[in-house]
Write a new protein. Structure first.
Length: 284
């Protein structure tokens, strides 16, 4: 598994990350199998959050044997100092760890999210204190709003941003390039979501994959192009959808990664016309 630098640090992360929603509601033996298989394939970047059901309880014991050799990221949707502290301490307990390598403000989407998290009694000041105490080593955020992501990057020296970097979003919504450029300017590492997203699930339409709220790409050829497109951007790593089928597909594609060609970009641009972007520029 190819590895790339995490921002301006000396840490190298696998270009595919393990999204812990993959182990949500799994038996202990299955969680251990999935984690061991990921490590065997060179995965050293693991991402979890309390909002992923019982993912922490499932991942913690499975990851414990490898904890010292991996980069563990966690998140909080809490915007207050008190809420973020409570959630972080519980997550550390669930994950059987004394620290997180990366802790992120999760799903920063609205101006209200920004104002609350950056207030004097907000989550961000607490994360800075937690870093000083050694509870966390790096501070980041995830976002689905380009506008809020740029605002956050201008406000504070975040170590990374976790953001949708997707072929359809680039070609049909101009969603992604602005955040990537701003993160490069500020020195924040870029971590990618939704690389294998195809489009929205229509209202009333049943989800085919329980752990995926959008239509993932099922066609292997298109998935290859889409993931390689994301990995061809100036990013560190991409996290596949939270279903074992797509994680396995991503492992196979990453094992033989090569940058997309101009001809492949043109094909993706053409294919994107039939897809519906999940997000658009400056959407709240």
């Amino acid at each position: 598994m190819q590895k790339r630098p995490y921002g301006c640090t000396e840490i190298d992360l696998s270009i595919i990350g393990f999204g812990a929603i993959l182990v949500t509601d799994t038996e202990a033996s299955e969680s251990s199998r999935l984690v061991a298989r990921a490590v065997d394939h060179g995965i050293n970047y693991f991402d979890v959050a309390p909002s992923y059901g019982n993912a922490e309880e499932c991942l913690g014991p499975a990851l414990e044997p490898y904890r010292n050799d991996v980069f563990l990221a966690c998140k909080t949707t809490e915007r207050s100092r008190q809420g973020a502290e409570r959630e972080m301490l519980q997550s550390l307990k669930n994950m059987r760890s004394e620290h997180f390598d990366l802790y992120q403000l999760h799903a920063m989407t609205t101006q209200e999210d920004f104002d609350a998290a950056t207030a004097s009694d907000g989550a961000l000041p607490f994360l800075i204190e937690a870093r000083d105490k050694g509870l966390i080593r790096h501070i980041g955020f995830s976002a689905h709003s380009s506008e809020i992501a740029v605002q956050l990057l201008d406000y504070f020296a975040f170590d990374s941003v976790l953001f949708p970097i997707n072929w359809t979003h680039y070609f049909q919504a101009n969603f992604g390039p602005e955040v990537v450029a701003k993160a490069e300017e500020t020195g924040a590492a870029r971590l990618a979501l939704k690389a294998l997203a195809y489009g929205k699930i229509a209202q009333g339409e049943e989800k085919k994959y329980a752990k995926c709220w959008y239509h993932p790409i099922e066609d292997r050829e298109l998935a290859d192009l889409a993931l390689r497109f994301t990995l061809s951007q100036p990013i560190t790593a991409a996290i596949p959808p939270g279903d074992a089928k797509f994680f396995d597909m991503a492992l196979d594609i990453a094992a033989e990664f090569r940058p997309v060609s101009d001809e492949e970009i043109a094909l993706l641009r053409q294919r994107s016309e039939a897809a519906e972007p999940l997000f658009r520029l400056h959407a709240a």
